[in-house]
Design a protein around this ligand. Structure first.
Ligand SMILES: Cc1cc2nc3c(=O)[nH]c(=O)nc-3n(C[C@H](O)[C@H](O)[C@H](O)COP(=O)(O)OP(=O)(O)OC[C@H]3O[C@@H](n4cnc5c(N)ncnc54)[C@H](O)[C@@H]3O)c2cc1C
Length: 508
């Protein structure tokens, strides 16, 4: 952490070079940018900077090097449950790129990509495509519509539809390194006035550097190309529900061939009862137990009945020319999931009446929405932590992890809420721990629960794919030391003074 004198000198220098609107140390601003939903105190930054261009970011980084002040970049800081907009350690200077760098630089209809600055949100990009009468669509997340397309991809976020792997859609970045140098990745690195392939040809010549700037602290990305999908004339969401907790075993084995063959073009989600239902109601027994116990099976079954859902709901979507055109695929998938007698198909007319399923439908349509955010109100106090492991797409393995997680949540008096976002070979196990951050005892239980889950999964050979800031150092510590040292060596090479987000993702 920089001392007060360095911070003062840095703020003065930035204000002088970039104007007073480029930096704030206002009380309300520092309080707001320190807030998050994780266990542990808020992390008040030393200042918040608002650059308006790559050149301004470069000047910030150079000044930070001069005064040895750590910078923490965010795009829009909507990383709720993973750190929000707060830095990994108190006293860093948050660089809010989104406030003044929110231009859609290009929408290329023919090659189906866009080039964006960090402040372009899911909602803004959706609106922009509608305004342009574009034939393209974004892959929306179920998260905040004011989240950044770029920030989400840099944190390896995931969305809905065939382009759900947001990191995978990144193609061609401009990055300010910790040293202050500016680089263009991939074909953009060609010394030339024009770069025809920068945002279309992914791997280019030589080493592929883009992965270095995701979930790391080696540079600040100031713009990037992202691939988007041509909007199909018709998108048909489908839903199946399964009654029993252990049906996950069967579900995962049923999903795997559909994804390995790409019969279903979207990712397929297997989501449990409470993850869906919590987006539409609050914990019915919280008052009774004072939040000390997991919801009873009796109350959970009552909620299932109220929403017409079983323990698990499977969802996905088909693309086609019309409803009629996708009917044969739908018929095949209905036969596939109902053959064992356990899965029940939920027709679209019925799904439309179930609020949590409407959220999924919008998401498959590429429409951002706030629906899922309501799950944060399941318990009072606004606490939420995402636990994000991945497990192989083998039913018995998925079920083993599911039973372990369910038990750990029960032991810590918290609800088990998970959505398994299934690809061909692995599923992202999107677990959310919702807890009362206003209650110290419940917060301690949530923290212990996260750590117990992480240790249980790691003990069985499963690592996380993304982590809240509060646990990034802990997870980096679970790695082989040679890997950790390699990360540190790259840090020294690209950011010799350790200016960008020291401690982020456990890298110093
Ligand atoms: C109810 C709910 C549902 C959610 N659903 C989803 C979901 O479906 N999919 C999903 O992926 N997430 C989901 N989230 C998590 C999160 O809210 C989103 O991922 C959100 O988009 C992240 O915030 P952001 O886009 O504003 O990124 P930011 O908060 O700006 O940044 C995210 C991370 O990337 C780094 N970063 C950002 N910009 C840069 C840059 N320019 N250069 C270098 N590093 C940078 C930041 O330091 C931070 O570590 C959900 C959250 C909630 C509460």
């Amino acid at each position: 952490m920089a001392n007060e004198e360095s911070i003062r000198a840095f703020v003065q220098a930035v204000s002088g070079e970039l104007g007073s609107e480029a930096i704030s140390t206002g009380e309300e601003v520092l309080t707001r940018y320190g807030e998050h939903t994780l266990p542990g105190p808020d992390l008040r930054p030393a200042a918040v900077a608002f650059p308006d261009s790559t050149q301004a970011v470069q000047k910030l980084v150079l000044a930070a090097n001069r005064y040895r002040v750590p910078l923490y970049p965010i795009s829009t800081g909507q990383n709720i449950g993973l750190g929000s907009r707060s830095s990994v350690r108190a006293g860093q200077v948050v660089v809010d790129l989104g406030r003044r760098m929110s231009r859609v630089i290009e929408v290329n209809e023919a090659l189906a990509y866009c080039v964006v600055e960090p402040g372009v949100t899911f909602q803004a990009m959706y609106d922009e495509l509608v305004k342009r009468k574009s034939k393209l669509m974004i892959s929306a997340t179920a998260g905040p519509p004011q989240g950044s397309l770029l920030g989400n991809a840099l944190d390896k976020g995931g969305g809905s539809g065939a382009y759900a792997d947001h990191f995978g859609t990144l193609c061609g970045m401009e990055v300010v390194l910790g040293s202050g140098d500016v680089i263009r990745t991939g074909d953009g690195s060609l010394e030339s006035a024009s770069h025809l392939n920068w945002h279309v040809s992914k791997y280019s010549f030589g080493p592929y550097l883009e992965g270095l700037f995701t979930q790391s602290n080696y540079g600040i990305v100031t713009r990037a190309g992202m691939w988007v999908m041509p909007r199909p004339p018709h998108i048909e969401s489908f839903f199946f529900t399964f009654p029993d907790d252990t049906d996950l075993h069967q579900i995962v084995d049923l999903i795997r061939p559909l994804k390995l063959s790409n019969f279903v073009p979207t990712q397929i989600r297997a989501t449990n009862d409470l993850y869906l239902i919590a987006a539409d109601c609050v914990h019915p027994e919280y008052g009774q137990s004072g939040g000390k116990k997991q919801i009873t099976d009796e109350a959970r079954r009552a909620l299932q009945k109220r929403y017409g859902l079983g323990s698990w709901t499977v969802s996905g979507a088909f693309y086609g020319a019309s409803r009629q055109a996708v009917q044969p695929q739908l018929d095949r998938v209905i036969a596939h999931f109902t053959r064992s007698g356990k899965g029940r198909f939920i027709a679209l007319e019925e799904a439309n009446e179930i609020a949590p399923l409407r959220i999924s439908m919008n998401s498959y349509e590429g429409v951002p929405g706030e629906g899922e955010l309501k799950m944060l109100r399941w318990r009072p106090g606004g606490g939420t932590i995402w636990f994000l492991p991945r497990t192989p797409m083998i039913g018995s393995v998925a079920n083993e992890f599911h039973l372990a997680s369910r038990g750990i949540c029960r032991d810590h008096g918290l609800e088990y809420m998970v959505s398994n976002v299934c690809g061909p070979r692995f599923a992202r196990g999107v677990h959310t721990l919702v807890y009362n951050r206003g209650d110290a005892e419940e917060t301690a239980r949530a923290d212990a629960c996260y750590r117990a889950l992480a240790l249980e999964f790691a003990g069985k050979g499963v690592f996380v794919g993304r982590a809240p800031t509060a646990y990034q150092g802990f997870h980096q510590g679970q790695r082989m030391s040679a890997f950790v040292e390699a990360c540190a060596a790259i840090k020294r090479a690209l950011d010799p003074n350790g200016i960008i987000a020291p401690g982020k993702y456990g890298i110093d």
